[in-house]
Design a protein around this ligand. Structure first.
Ligand SMILES: Nc1ncnc2c1ncn2[C@@H]1O[C@H](COP(=O)(O)OP(=O)(O)OP(=O)(O)O)[C@@H](O)[C@H]1O
Length: 597
């Protein structure tokens, strides 16, 4: 119960704005319970005065009142239930937006360490479970408590001695709920984890369908799903069995209560101390009393199950973004594009060693700098620091001499366009995919960007042109075409600094050739830091940085490095033979560049 209290305290603030509606719902429930109490008393009156006496004259008055009370109860019940659903859904809406917003700010390593399916499950199933803890839980508890008080008071008022005799059994419900709650929570937790695992397996499997089919992995994937599905089935059946056991136990206790009431009633009537109407009303109150008592017990179980979901959401909310905006940011200025790093060291959270160590360099406005090095040297890590996905542990990264930590994150991202290794596609039209570079851009500007990116021709040739719908993983465009859409997006962004992470990786020579010219247009006039293994652009670069095991080994022009840096000559080797031949004969063209690829 301590966990439930903690979870409740954590999520209760999100009901702000809806609490008055929760009060209205409780008021509706109270009026409903009052209407129900009144109808039972009217029923007793009808039994004793109209039914037993066989008097029609005594019928009309209580019958009319009963009808009025029933109509009021129906209206209030409708209002209360509609309002309860609305309030509950609003809470879910708010909580999901809150958690989703938080998750969007989390650093890349968080997503590498959590399976996507599990995150999806947390943002869907678990979010809804918390609603049962906070909104339905509170409303349900207050309503049930009010109902118990009303019906118990009415039963006591009718016959306090009989009522007390039947109340003796009530603690049995609570005792049973207590006994079952721990095991139900465990089952519910296992079910949620298995739910997440199933979503993960399905998602990973569909995302990897080519690998699955090409390597005949179908049976392995099916086995993987089967394993998780069985875990889910076990947890689900265990949970359902426990709930059912509880339900049936409660049924038996209830029957015991009803029989006690009837037995006591028969005794009282035979002794002439009670009328039949009073006994029926009394039995009805006891009958009405048990569902809310049972609900209170059931609510305990629902709350414990919801706590399992709440703990999983709390874990998400406790994960911290790796970067935050400064309290007092430096005001925005027209960025020229000087990028500099001073003594930068960085270690990924929980990593054994540093991925960058004491790196210092500076890139002037409009310069093209290539960053190269062996696999795992720290090149992509550098791009993550330049675009402020992480802050360095030591040293500083500056834009126009101002530390990135002193400006709002949005300002950094507005002025630094990233063209990552994998082409990022949004679910939307090609137009929307390009426009996201600068929201609000006109159709003319979008087309202009596409022309500069050499994408206009193939887009215009599509049946729906710029309105062609594309989505991550399902786009009917080639890798090179998608890369050109991404270049058009970066063109539109018009950021003074450009960070390219292996822009030709994964493309064949023809596709790579098609993006060389657009890339050149994109880079012209912008500070460009290109991370690449492909050194065909090396002679064009103003400077090349050679990174090795997180350190900046050397920096210079292609010719300087060829003359003095052995590591660089080794990196250039794969390209050098055709390169020497072609540059000796004619100046660099797009085609020669790609031949060297
Ligand atoms: N999320 C992470 N957590 C821990 N270590 C990481 C993480 N990402 C990268 N690393 C480590 O940091 C080092 C540098 O990685 P990085 O991705 O920057 O290399 P790279 O030079 O870009 O390699 P490649 O050319 O293969 O893409 C590697 O040793 C890698 O194992």
């Amino acid at each position: 119960m301590r966990e439930a209290r903690e979870a409740f305290r954590r999520f209760w603030p999100l009901t702000r704005g809806d609490r008055r509606w929760m009060l209205v719902i409780v008021a509706c429930v109270v009026v409903s319970a009052l209407a129900e109490t009144a109808s039972i008393l009217l029923f007793a009156e009808l039994t004793d005065n109209a039914l037993e006496a066989g008097s029609l004259a005594a019928f009309w008055g209580p019958a009319g009142a009963w009808l009025g009370v029933a109509a009021l109860g129906a209206l209030v019940g409708y209002l209360g239930n509609s309002l309860a659903t609305w309030t509950a859904e609003r809470f879910v809406l708010r909580l999901r937006a809150n958690v989703f917003g938080h998750v969007q700010d989390l650093p890349p390593h968080f997503f590498q360490r959590h399976r996507r399916g599990d995150l999806v499950e947390r943002l869907t199933g678990d979010v809804e479970a918390i609603e049962q803890l906070v909104v339905s839980g509170v409303v349900g508890t207050i309503s049930a408590a009010f109902s118990v008080v009303f019906y118990a008071a009415a039963a006591l008022w009718l016959r306090w001695d009989l009522a007390l005799a039947t109340f003796v059994l009530a603690p049995l419900f609570l005792l049973a709920a207590r006994r079952f709650s721990g095991r139900i929570k465990q089952a519910s937790q296992d079910e949620r984890v298995a739910d997440g695992a199933i979503t993960s397996v399905v998602e990973e499997s569909l995302g990897n369908i080519v690998l699955t089919q090409a390597y005949n992995r179908r049976r392995d994937e099916e086995r993987r799903l089967d394993k998780e599905a069985r875990a889910w089935m076990r947890a689900s059946v265990r949970g359902a069995r426990l709930s059912e056991m509880y339900e049936q136990f409660v049924e038996v206790v209830e029957t015991l209560c009803v029989l006690s009431v009837i037995g006591l009633g028969v005794w009282e009537i035979s002794a002439g101390r009670m009328t039949l109407g009073a006994l029926l009303a009394f039995a009805a109150f006891i009958g009405y009393l048990y569902p809310p008592v049972r609900n209170l017990g059931q609510l305990g179980l629902t709350v414990t199950a919801a706590t399992a979901g709440a703990e999983r959401i709390a874990e998400l909310l406790d994960a911290q973004p790796s970067v935050t905006d400064p309290d007092v940011p430096v005001p925005a200025w027209p960025v020229r594009g000087r990028v500099s790093l001073h003594g930068v060291s960085f270690r990924y959270p929980d990593a054994a060693r540093e991925s960058l160590r004491d790196v210092t360099f500076s890139v002037g406005p409009g310069e093209l700098v290539l960053v190269t090095g062996a696999s795992g040297a720290g090149k992509s890590t550098l791009s993550k620091l330049l675009t402020r996905f992480y802050d360095p542990d030591a040293g500083v990264v500056c834009l126009d001499g101002v530390p990135l930590t002193d400006v709002p994150l949005e300002f950094v991202r507005e002025n630094t366009a990233l063209l990552p290794q994998q082409t990022l596609v949004l679910n939307g039209t090609i137009r929307e995919n390009i426009e996201c570079g600068r929201p609000g851009a006109t159709d003319r500007e979008i087309e202009q960007a596409a022309r500069s990116a050499a994408a206009h021709e193939f887009i215009a040739a599509l049946p729906d042109g710029y309105d062609t719908h594309i989505a991550p993983g399902t786009a009917a465009l080639s890798g090179g075409q998608l890369q050109r859409v991404a270049i058009a997006r970066a063109m539109l962004r018009a950021a003074p600094v450009l960070v390219l992470d292996e822009p030709t990786a994964g493309l064949d020579s023809v596709a790579a050739r098609q993006i060389v010219q657009p890339l050149r247009r994109l880079m012209s006039g912008r500070t460009t830091i290109m991370i690449t293994h492909d050194l065909s652009l090396a002679p064009d670069a103003d400077r090349i940085l050679v990174v090795d095991e997180g350190r900046l080994l050397d920096a210079g022009t292609h010719d300087e490095l060829m003359a003095r840096c052995e590591a660089y000559t080794r990196l250039v080797e794969p390209w050098s033979e055709p390169a020497r031949k072609t540059t000796a004969r004619k100046p660099l063209t797009d085609d020669t560049l790609v031949l060297r690829l």
